[in-house]
Design a binder for this molecule. Structure first.
Ligand SMILES: [Zn+2]
Length: 305
């Protein structure tokens, strides 16, 4: 295929754009990237990494933010792709050293507000956390910015398109091509192809297991399996899940309702995230389905998930 862009950098003038990954490249976790010109600096995502067997005693690992601290006068905004902790969990540390607004998709914005409140309370009361609108073009100094809906294992996930003095840059964020997502928007192919028409000079793409052959199957397969397991079980059913996997919670609620069981949600982050997801309208638990753990203990095993 003919490349659409001429790679002769002179065509783009003198204003250099630098991309500096501070974490998350070639590793899972603590995603953080700086995109900058001489005048303006944007941070994309700011996550944590969870400890491994070889880091005993360490609760969370954060990216080295020294570069951002030294250049904090030029930071125009922090742009977030989605609400997973490996993309937002480092924000309480970052917001202690910079003074810039955060822009994030809706559910991520709610989760960021909660993270900031949990880890600093009043200290972060001045931090501006904005929920982005997908159809809008934003401008931060030298950069035009647009969020594009992509499918991922948490609702409200986005790619970020940057219109820079050196041409278009597409940062895909975490994504999956699932044309039948259980909830949230599917990947916005139209917006992506429009951006393709305009020209993408650089594609930054990060997807865990991208090197594996084949394609990931739709999440609907999990819904069928969950339904079958609950329907065939004679006793109590206990399901473990990432607390941000809101679609999985919805699958369990839907199956339980149809089969005639009630659902108790336990665990701190599970309770918090399902509440947030209900508030922003991603999760729908019909009245009467949800019970607390004490009620669950007083019901027969085959009426509870
Ligand atoms: Zn993710």
């Amino acid at each position: 295929m003919e490349p659409r862009m001429n790679d002769d950098s002179l065509e783009y003038g003198e204003s250099a754009v630098r991309i500096i990954p501070l974490g998350g490249l070639g590793e899972v976790g603590m995603n953080m990237m700086v995109v900058e010109t001489d005048d303006d600096l944007l941070v994309i995502d700011c996550g944590v990494q969870f400890p491994e067997y070889n880091t005993p005693g360490i609760e969370r690992v954060i990216p080295d933010m020294e570069y951002v601290r030294r250049n904090r006068d030029r930071v125009r905004a922090v742009l977030i792709t989605h609400g997973h902790l490996d993309h937002i969990g480092g924000l309480p540390h970052l917001m202690r050293i910079i003074d810039a607004p955060i822009y994030a998709p809706r559910l991520a914005a709610e989760m960021i507000r909660r993270e900031l409140k949990k880890s600093g309370g009043r200290q972060f009361s001045g931090v501006q956390v904005n929920s982005v609108r997908l159809e809008r073009d934003y401008r931060f100094g030298d950069f035009g910015v647009q969020w594009i809906s992509v499918c991922h294992s948490i609702p409200d996930s986005c790619s970020i398109y940057l219109d820079t003095p050196q041409g278009g840059i597409l940062h895909t964020g975490d994504f999956k091509f699932d044309n039948e997502p259980m909830l949230g928007l599917p990947t916005d192919y139209q917006a992506l192809s429009e951006i393709g028409q305009r020209g993408v000079r650089l594609l930054l793409s990060d997807s865990t297991n991208a090197e594996d052959d084949g394609s990931a199957r739709s999440d609907r397969i999990a819904a069928e399996a969950i339904y079958r397991v609950i329907a065939e079980s004679k006793g109590r059913v206990i399901i473990a899940s990432f607390s941000t996997q809101i679609a999985r919670v919805q699958m369990v609620v839907d199956a339980a309702q149809e089969i005639g069981r009630r659902v108790a949600i336990i665990g701190r982050s599970m309770i918090e995230n399902t509440r947030l997801a209900e508030e922003v309208g991603h999760l729908h638990i019909p009245p009467g389905i949800r019970i607390n753990i004490n009620e669950a203990n007083s019901l027969p095993d085959d009426e509870v998930v």
